[in-house]
Design a binder for this molecule. Structure first.
Ligand SMILES: [Ca+2]
Ligand SMILES: [Ca+2]
Length: 393
């Protein structure tokens, strides 16, 4: 074999090994905590569940101490019946229900479960967890943790579930090792939900040298703003991610009617943070919903303002095709509206600003929220005149 042939064979071997490595799953470690935000510098998803005093039928129940237990369901597609049953009991006649039962082994029975005491208890609220549950997986049960908060007083009763567990680890992104976090943001026990709603999608967060970039778990991972696209696959149980370089991505163009300097899109293809160039952005062909759009402005005194559009209607969609440019209408002109409502002996006034597609509009002045607007009320003969300040909230 000549030297040249040997050299060629060697290069082929290296390329094949590289390709196989890139397609291998990158494993993450499971973590859990009562307060995951404290460990990850990242917000936590939350889901609310309905409470009922009616006991579920045909379910084996524990012996409750009180006569008024409460029941609820934690919804999860990991269990065939679609939920785990939850019950609250109380050890005192008054105060919040302070014992939690959860069908932790997913067998449909609460009779085999031990009561769980709250880690925090006040006269209106009981917090439990992180509570360990075992969810059926394809390779055996999967451990998951929940933090359960019950607000329980005479005039206010609410139940919230937060994910107490998440996955994290270093993964290779475009050739560089980066810390990665995976969150079950809609708190349903799975880590692969991708929807048109950020709060209903699971999130992946990559730490680029201290700057956290958030994405959803479907379609593509965009490496930083306007960056390279990698095909992203996330295991349903969150244990691993796969990042592969797509051979080709069919791209389309979005053009703005207004002057925007930042756009966030969300859809089947994932989550995209984009900085328009000459009023245009390029994204993979597909259907999106605008999550956020910013419009910079300068007033007559050279002060920088920013118009921030978010809260676009849930059913609003932007279709991006490969052949034709998609045009997005500007949020401007912005439409203010004011509502007034009788409340006791007084009136409540509220004001909001909406963009052309019904999106919510807020402002920033020099990077900060300006003072809230004021309201002047004057009667026809001028005998009553007052100026009131709105409050944000
Ligand atoms: Ca059980
Ligand atoms: Ca999920």
């Amino acid at each position: 074999m000549s030297r040249t042939t040997k050299f060629v064979l060697c290069v082929v071997t290296v390329l094949l090994a590289g390709a196989a490595c890139a397609e291998e799953p990158q494993w993450l470690q499971y973590r859990f905590s009562r307060n995951q935000a404290a460990f990850t510098r990242y917000g936590i998803g939350i889901s609310r569940a309905e409470l009922t005093e009616r006991a579920p039928r045909a379910v084996r129940l524990p012996k409750f101490s009180s006569e008024d237990p409460l029941f609820a369901r934690w919804k999860t597609p990991m269990v065939k019946r679609g939920y785990l049953l939850v019950a609250f009991d109380r050890t005192a006649k008054t105060g919040p229900h302070d014992r939690l039962y959860i069908d932790a082994d997913a067998d449909g029975s609460l009779a085999d479960e031990k009561p769980i005491e709250p880690f925090k208890l006040s006269d209106r609220r009981a917090s439990f967890g992180p509570v360990r549950v075992l969810l059926p997986g394809t390779d055996g049960p999967v451990t998951y943790h929940l933090v359960v908060t019950l607000y329980d007083s005479a005039d206010y009763r609410r139940l919230y579930f937060r994910a107490g567990g998440w996955y994290q680890g270093n993964i290779t992104v475009a050739g560089t090792e980066r810390p990665c976090f995976l969150f079950d943001y809609n708190c349903n026990g799975t880590f692969d939900d991708a929807t048109f709603e950020l709060s209903e999608s699971d999130h992946i967060v990559i730490d680029y040298d201290g700057t956290l970039y958030k994405g959803t778990v479907g379609g593509y991972l965009q490496v930083k703003m306007n960056g390279e696209l990698l095909r992203l696959e996330v295991a349903r149980d969150g244990a691993c991610v796969k990042l592969t370089s797509p051979r080709s991505v069919k791209m389309g163009t979005i053009e703005f009617a207004g002057e925007s300097d930042y756009l966030e899109l969300l859809g089947d293809n994932g989550f995209f943070r984009l900085k328009p160039v000459d009023g245009k952005v390029r994204v993979p062909v597909g259907t999106y919903r605008i999550n956020q759009c910013h419009y910079p402005k300068t007033d007559g005194n050279d002060v920088q303002w920013k118009l921030l559009a978010n809260g676009f209607p849930a059913d609003s969609r932007v279709k991006v095709r490969g052949t034709k440019v998609t045009r997005i209408v500007s949020s401007e002109p912005v439409r203010p509206s004011m509502q007034m409502q009788k409340e006791g002996r007084g009136w409540r006034f509220s004001q909001d600003l909406k963009g052309q597609s019904g999106e919510q509009i807020t402002f920033e002045r020099k990077g900060q929220r300006p003072p809230a607007p004021r309201l002047r009320i004057k009667n026809s003969d001028g005998s009553y005149e007052r100026v009131l300040s709105f409050e944000y909230g």
